[in-house]
Design a protein around this ligand. Structure first.
Ligand SMILES: [Zn+2]
Length: 491
């Protein structure tokens, strides 16, 4: 009898839609693993991007798009304007991006180009108070370069069209110094990551020719025939919280997939790279398993490892790792460790962000030192020690001899191409190694797990890392920090 009454009550509740709160995170749930669904709660103040884009690799202007960004003002002052970055206009990207029109809450607003055309400023029709909301719309277009060879992160080369940050992205407002400031940095042209972006939520409809194979920083929830005409399809892609959205596509891409840490890992490669494309898949899956075990779960349903025309370099995106074509071919020896490094950025860059222009060493050092964790887990302690010697200690000692040692805790603009990698990767990795030896292996991973829990989807600073490390380990790491991060040795 009691059970019958309960059943009637449940049926009545189910019929009464008004009793159910609207799940505003529903569109993003397909991108997240079941166990990570709870991470979406409390993200209502994140920027939400709704993007519709037409990508035509054969057209002079390859990208035509529209977006709506829901912005919640998270600062303490009243805003009269907003800035969005147009990263493809950076000299190192050599794209040509424009905004056709802008609107706020449905009302057309004026805009101006700023920071060498790498940003647009829009004037708000009404001032935005703290916690105020605005729906900002843009129409935009982008032409990216076509090159036969070389490093092409943004553009088309060797049959691959790579489109990082192809839409206007909300600029970061830095309130650390007590003086609110829009960050409109122009990164050094020769080294370092260029984009400082806060995590957002994404829904994208990408219209493109039906023959191309696309890798995206998200989960494709459907592919439908497009109203754009015969031979065109609409891909509906969603991304849970992530630093950015990017698309990379080729009519020649082949794919292979496997499962790791609850995610579907997919390798995208050109037909002539089939064997290395398969190897790349196995390395990426193995790295994912090692990091899930040591750092914490991987939250997304998908992760991609994609060959790209970026020579022998790698580049991290949210849920997507670009690996240079040379590593599938003449530089095959470096393939495993480059992938292992990039996959670590899914934790130290994507989940725990940091300002990559002011503190490039924080995520790069951790991603780089993660290869030690991988090496030890897969090949044993001796192999990990050998890695430490040839990959970091040797190059660092050589840099000291050459008079190239520098204070690590500096912005990327303070380094030259000659010592950027040795300082930001090798010397920073040696700092994390010193931390691990000081606090002990088990405690070291507890520090990183706590660092992840506390700063997931936010941005951390070196002081934040040190505070967590001290709190969890009980060790004062001041001397180690001084030695590796704040001191430069004379030859
Ligand atoms: Zn890196």
């Amino acid at each position: 009898m009691r059970r019958y009454r309960l059943l009637v009550l449940l049926m009545l509740l189910a019929l009464c839609g008004c009793a159910r709160p609207v799940d505003e995170m529903a569109p993003y749930r397909p991108a997240m693993q079941h166990a990570a669904q709870g991470q979406l709660d409390g993200l209502g103040r994140m920027p939400r991007y709704d993007i519709r884009v037409r990508v035509d690799p054969a057209a002079e202007q390859q990208v035509t798009g529209w977006e709506r960004v829901q912005v919640v003002h998270r600062g303490r002052d009243v805003l009269g304007d907003l800035f969005f970055r147009l990263y493809p206009n950076l000299p190192q990207y050599s794209g040509s991006m424009f905004v056709g029109g802008a609107a706020v809450n449905g009302q057309t607003v004026p805009f101006t180009y700023e920071a060498q055309d790498t940003a647009v400023r829009i004037v708000l029709p009404e001032p935005l108070p703290p916690e105020g909301k605005a729906a900002v719309e843009f129409s935009f277009g982008l032409r990216v370069p076509r090159r036969e060879e070389g490093y092409v992160l943004c553009g088309e080369s060797q049959g691959i069209l790579s489109l990082p940050l192809f839409y206007p992205v909300l600029a970061v407002r830095d309130e650390r110094a007590g003086l609110p400031l829009w960050r409109l940095d122009i990164a050094p042209p020769t080294h370092g990551d260029v984009a400082f972006v806060q995590a957002g939520l994404y829904q994208v409809t990408a219209t493109m020719p039906s023959g191309v194979v696309v890798a995206a920083t998200g989960t494709v929830v459907s592919t439908t025939v497009s109203s754009a005409g015969e031979g065109w399809v609409d891909l509906h892609i969603v991304g849970g919280p992530r630093r950015e959205f990017m698309l990379i596509l080729s009519p020649q891409f082949q794919t292979a997939s496997t499962d790791a840490c609850g995610a579907r890992v997919t390798s995208y490669f050109l037909p002539q790279d089939q064997a290395t494309g398969q190897a790349a898949l196995q390395y990426a899956a193995a790295a994912l398993r090692v990091y899930c075990q040591h750092y914490g779960p991987y939250p997304f349903r998908d992760m991609a490892v994609v060959s790209a025309p970026i020579r022998y370099y790698g580049m991290e995106y949210s849920g997507l790792n670009l690996i240079g074509l040379d590593l599938y071919r003449q530089q095959r020896k470096g393939l495993e460790f480059l992938i292992v490094h990039e996959v670590a950025h899914q934790w130290w860059y994507n989940m725990v962000g940091n300002d990559p222009l002011t503190y490039p060493w924080l995520d790069e050092g951790l991603a780089e030192y993660s290869t030690y964790t991988y090496q030890k887990a897969r090949y044993g302690a001796e192999a990990a020690e050998a890695l430490l010697e040839w990959r970091w200690r040797g190059p660092y000692e050589y840099a000291v001899e050459q008079g190239l040692d520098a204070v690590v805790n500096q912005p990327s603009s303070a380094f030259s191409a000659a010592n950027y990698e040795t300082m930001i990767y090798a010397k920073a990795a040696l700092f994390f190694d010193a931390v691990r030896r000081e606090v002990g292996e088990e405690t070291y991973y507890r520090v990183l797990q706590e660092y992840l829990d506390r700063y997931r989807w936010g941005e951390a600073t070196p002081a934040d890392f040190l505070a967590v490390a001290k709190e969890v380990s009980g060790h004062d790491l001041g001397a180690i920090y001084q030695q590796w991060i704040l001191t430069a040795l004379e030859p």
